[in-house]
Design a protein around this ligand. Structure first.
Ligand SMILES: [Ca+2]
Ligand SMILES: [Ca+2]
Ligand SMILES: [Ca+2]
Length: 476
């Protein structure tokens, strides 16, 4: 397999670095651009498939192809001689499924059958399942979504379960989104297939929440970048609808009143999930009542936990309004906490926020979160590796929207599915550094069984890899 990948132009820049004190601050720290200056071929960079999982076999089965002249009574006798049971058969091709005792490995049993004169071949029965690997040409760099080593937030398995209901609206309260051509603004090419519902610009008080900064467009990409469209990158809940709400100005700054207005407006207009990749060391009643109102109206509010771990680690609001908000910390490729990511009592979960000082996955780029956005000219788009809890939170918003797409409406139940299926990191159980751990989208989407009962899962969760069975028909 070959895949075209971009030749590198790495632009380390400090432009996404803000220390804005009392204001509401958007949360990326450093940006690195990947631009399409040329193309090369590199097999090693092909998006990870679930090949590793395909090496797994059904633990108690082998497939035996007997010599076509062997009568069926003799087949049955042979099978029982090995302590096995007769399973299903496939007359076309003379294939016989043999049920192997639990104590015996299917590989050993297959070898035992294989050496018989009356057996043409015998082999274990490998699992197979749908493999959705988006065809977006930079998807291979989205280690945060999925990868063969750490599995990221396990989006490939998750996408096989759900890709989002267009009736589920995710409001992105940020610097705006490059969602339309309007004036000097252009729609980001890799948002062309993304579904948008009308939003609002509370900074300029108009109905065109265009992005004049770049932050909100990147966040929108993680949530719902146009996916499987052959270009660019992928997003978590690309089947859902995005409501762009501009509450931060061109510097990435806003205030409680404006954001509270945005929250109330989004709730009123039917948002199911609100992403707040922003925060402030101050709390206010205005903000608290806004997020409480959202929560009371059944809206899941997801907040970046803050990037101030190295600058005093002050609690960030509204993330720290833990009763109403899911606070998201940031981890790196190696699942360690990103050094900038706040710690505290209010942490709910962690998600990839990246670390643009390292290349731990050895793909030739720093390990930021890659989405399409612009740097200064809102009509010139490129793919940027950004880091920050701003980049982590939208993973969780996307997952919350996928859960909402399954019909889970109560924010407490959405939170429960996300938290209790997270892969634990650090000290056992909840801790102030990672919350419940890094989110596992596939596990969360199988948390509620067919009856909506927690724990009635079809796919194993927590630390164990999923049982690659046929869960899809049963789970939803
Ligand atoms: Ca794309
Ligand atoms: Ca890398
Ligand atoms: Ca832990």
């Amino acid at each position: 397999m070959t895949k075209h990948v971009a030749v590198v132009r790495l632009l380390l820049t400090a432009m996404f670095f803000w220390v804005l004190g009392a204001g509401f601050t958007a949360f990326p720290v450093v940006g690195v651009e990947v631009s399409e200056l040329g193309q090369t071929t590199n097999d090693a960079l092909y998006p990870p498939s679930a090949a590793a999982d395909l090496s797994e076999f059904r633990p108690n089965q082998i497939i035996v192809k007997f010599d076509p002249n062997v009568p069926s009574e003799q087949k049955q006798w042979v099978i029982t001689q090995y302590g096995c049971r007769v399973g299903q058969s496939c007359p076309i091709g003379d294939l016989q499924l043999v049920v192997v005792p639990e104590a015996v490995s299917p590989h050993q049993m297959a070898d035992a059958f294989e050496i018989r004169q009356d057996v043409e071949y015998a082999e274990p029965n490998p699992y197979a399942r749908m493999l959705f690997v988006p065809d977006d040409n930079f998807y291979a760099y989205q280690w945060n979504l999925d990868n063969a080593v750490t599995r990221g937030i396990r989006m490939e398995d998750a996408w096989n379960i759900g890709r989002g209901d267009p009736n589920v609206i995710i409001a992105i309260l940020d610097t705006g989104v490059a969602y339309e051509d309007f004036g000097v603004y252009r729609q980001a090419p890799d948002l062309a297939d993304t579904l948008f519902v009308p939003g609002y610009d509370f900074i300029n008080d108009d109905s065109h929440p265009n992005d004049d900064q770049g932050h909100g467009t990147h966040v929108a990409g993680t949530i719902a970048q146009s996916t499987n469209n052959g270009i660019g990158v992928a997003g978590v809940a690309f089947g859902c609808a995005v409501m762009p709400v501009k509450v931060l100005d061109e510097l990435g700054t806003g205030d409680h009143f404006t954001i509270a207005r945005g929250i109330r407006w989004a709730v009123d207009r039917g948002a199911r999930v609100i992403n707040l990749s922003l925060g402030s060391p101050q709390s206010s009643r205005t903000m608290q009542e806004a997020v409480k109102m959202a929560y009371d109206r059944g809206v899941t509010v997801v907040c970046a936990a803050g990037n101030d771990s190295l600058r005093g680690n002050a609690a960030s609001y509204p993330a720290a309004d833990a009763a109403y908000c899911i606070a998201v910390g940031a981890v790196r490729y190696d699942s360690r906490r990103a050094s900038y990511s706040n710690t505290g009592y209010y942490l709910s979960v962690a998600a990839p926020g990246g670390d643009t000082t390292v290349d731990q996955n050895d793909d030739g780029y720093v390990d930021g979160v890659l989405q399409q956005t612009f740097r200064s000219d809102p009509s010139e788009f490129a793919y940027w590796f950004l880091q920050g809890t701003s980049m982590a939170a939208p993973h969780v918003s996307g997952l919350a929207a996928l859960l909402a797409s399954q019909g889970v409406t109560n924010p407490d139940r959405i939170r429960e599915a996300i938290e209790l299926t997270a892969r634990d990191l650090g000290p056992a159980g909840w801790d102030a550094e990672f919350g419940w751990g890094i989110i596992d989208a596939a596990a969360a989407l199988t948390y509620y069984g067919p009856d909506g009962i927690p724990g009635n899962r079809v796919v194993a969760t927590q630390d164990s890899p999923p049982v690659p069975d046929e869960p899809l028909a049963d789970s939803r």
